[in-house]
Write a protein that binds this ligand. Structure first.
Ligand SMILES: Nc1nc2c(ncn2[C@@H]2O[C@H](COP(=O)(O)OP(=O)(O)OP(=O)(O)O)[C@@H](O)[C@H]2O)c(=O)[nH]1
Ligand SMILES: [Mg+2]
Length: 277
């Protein structure tokens, strides 16, 4: 059957065609802005080194085809991507997690310079942070952090410090009228703790308890929860075993569809909050 707009008089058809093309045009426009290196950040992606920021945004971006997938190294530069969320395409800036100059520049640009900052995706991983440098791993194991539980506790401590820093940046940006309108806590690597998803929710969700929730709720009080929407969403774009000191924890997936289902949920919630719902 013909598209119903074909049945309408030409005068009505034109605006509808323009409307339909708007999101398409916007998408290519934003891609161009990223390509030529301009365009304000709409969404900044923060989180510690090894939490999975690059993988999450790359999977969303649709760059990943399984046969050509290659593990990313630690990011040394800000990664800018045009990602489509619902009707609109946004410029995402992924801030490297390592303490390097590029990180400071990226955070400063996103929170202090750009006027279009709309949202923050803060990536956390319930302690399953990847520590890439073998010297660091060996040092930690030698210092007695030689079980998966011990490394998780250590990582959760660092994750909390990082989150506090990001909360300060958000609160300052909001005070200067540049603040984001929403924050999404992406609880990544859910494949490793699917049976304990409720505990992870308790640890990260504003209705839960503990140091992370206290920090989050303090931020909401500082900026006002009517100014900043907050959602907490589990994701697992690339299931993978977690190894530490000769022990291995395998993903606890029940079906192969889970990563894609979690991703769809993540994207649809992001589309919802970014449209002001
Ligand atoms: N189990 C599991 N591992 C994941 C998942 N997503 C990413 N990882 C792993 O986490 C590690 C770090 O991922 P990256 O995306 O490079 O981390 P990053 O946050 O960009 O790190 P920096 O660039 O150093 O800031 C990689 O080894 C990934 O394979 C996931 O859904 N599940
Ligand atoms: Mg990275």
């Amino acid at each position: 059957m013909a598209d119903w707009t074909d049945l309408l008089p030409t005068a009505v058809r034109a605006p509808i065609a323009i409307y339909k093309n708007k999101s398409n045009l916007n998408r290519w426009w934003k891609k161009l802005l990223v390509y030529i290196g301009t365009g304000d950040t709409n969404v900044v992606v923060t989180g510690g080194a090894g939490a999975g920021k690059t993988v999450l945004t790359t999977c969303h971006h649709g760059e990943v085809k399984d046969h050509e997938w290659k593990e990313p190294d630690a990011s040394t530069m800000v990664e800018r991507k045009a990602i489509t969320v619902g009707e609109w395409t946004k410029v995402f800036s992924v801030v490297p997690g390592q303490d390097i100059h590029a990180r400071e520049v990226a955070l400063n640009e996103a929170f202090h310079k750009h006027s279009n900052l709309e949202g923050v995706v803060h990536v956390v991983d319930y302690g399953y942070t990847t520590i890439r440098a073998s010297v660091v791993r060996e040092k930690l194991v030698k210092s007695g952090i030689d079980t998966i539980q011990a490394i998780r506790d250590y990582n959760l401590g660092l994750e909390l410090e990082e989150f506090k820093r990001v909360c300060d940046l958000i609160a300052n940006a909001c005070a200067n009228g540049r603040g984001p309108k929403w924050i999404i806590i992406a609880v990544n690597k859910a494949d490793l703790f699917l049976p304990e998803l409720d505990q992870a929710k308790e640890y990260y969700h504003p209705d839960g308890s503990g140091p992370f929730v206290e920090t989050l709720n303090r931020l909401m009080t500082r900026v006002g929860s009517n100014h900043l929407k907050c959602r907490v969403i589990p994701v697992c774009p690339k299931p993978k075993p977690y190894e530490w000191a000769g022990k291995m924890l395998k993903p606890a997936l029940v079906t192969y569809a889970e990563p894609a289902d979690y991703m769809k949920n993540f994207v649809s919630i992001m589309a919802e909050v970014s449209s002001g719902k």
